[in-house]
Design a protein around this ligand. Sequence first.
Ligand SMILES: [Zn+2]
Length: 427
Amino acid sequence: MTSTLRARWVFPVDRAPIRDGVVTIDYGRITEVGKHTCSTAVEDLGEVALLPGFVNAHTHLEFSHLRNPLGQSGMPLVEWIRLVIAERGRTNTDPSASIQLGLRESLACGITTLGDIATSAWGGTRWPTPDRLAFLEVIGFSRARATSALAALIEKIDAATEPLLAAGASSTQNAISVLTGNAMGISPHAPYTVSPDLLNRLVEVASRRGMPLAMHVAESRDELALLECGGGPFRELLEERSMWDPDAIPPNSRSGDYLQRLAAASRSLVIHGNYLTCDELAFVGENRDRMTLVYCPRTHAYFGHDRYPLESAFHQGVRIALGTDSLASNPDLNLLAEMAQLSTTFPQVDPFDTLQMGTLAGAEALGCADAVGSISPGKLANLVAVPLPGGIAAEPKEVLQAVYASAYAHFRVWLRGREVDRVATRT
Ligand SMILES: [Zn+2]
């Protein structure tokens, strides 16, 4: 079962790029990475860059049936959320069918691991499928809703955990590295839908059960206004939906208060963080062993937010992963297109850092860096081969720029050492 792939360039991510490199695979795992020597029998992939399978740290696959993003580019987030609520209200869409569609599209785009916010713990997928960590979404703004929201969550976790335990997992923690597809986390949706009281309780459940958290934080200025003075468009939305509770958020609250709560969990993903201050980013940086900031470049551009605080986050030592977010705010689930958008918006960012964000940092965020995220001996052979244009320069940084420019090329993808049939992922 041993095979060796040769590529013009291999980008292992956790070590220097290798020109004319080879990767040896045995029973689905990488056993060797190095330079090609004449004595090695290989499958020559030709003029390609061989990369680790991409890790999409944030998406909502339940919207994968959408053919176009909701609303228009540049619209206020709160108006877009009204459209999301209306979309969810339609009864003719089966969430599991949408998730299946999204998983297939993800795999065709070279995504082999993903963090998916979901309303149910549905995990029924057939090979081949990316490993999926499902963060169960929780919504409950008024304090009166907290108990019932928590009870509903526990019920979902227990229902989904039973088959996992029967399959031999000792707990839900870190199950992603040993199971195909069924790991779970908790997603307190956002500060404008989850009260601090409910968040505290969710952090407690997550800590007790060893589950990661993912929360949208500091996504818009309107969210900051709600926290600070209890007013603005989000209050109007909550009142409209009979969810408003004037005492749910203490006055003069800040995004940092939510970060403090999330830091109490063993692992948390801070989604977006578009308007985090320097001090708040510094806090995420200080807790980088347990917290990751997730940047979704094209969704950020869709809403026309202020410039993303990427430089500041780097400066503060924040671990940054990348996400596509959903097809409700993005035309596709292509993570390489996110890396391309990032390198266009921030040309000064080192292309190696961009690749690291789309692979290893995402794996660390999801707690499965022991198994995926880089081309290293012992890890799963999840690989992507991106074709390189002719006459490519010898400088690896330029090669990576060419890779980002090829975001929509035909990729070859390997999952656990087996090449995925592109046709099979599309039908
Ligand atoms: Zn999201």
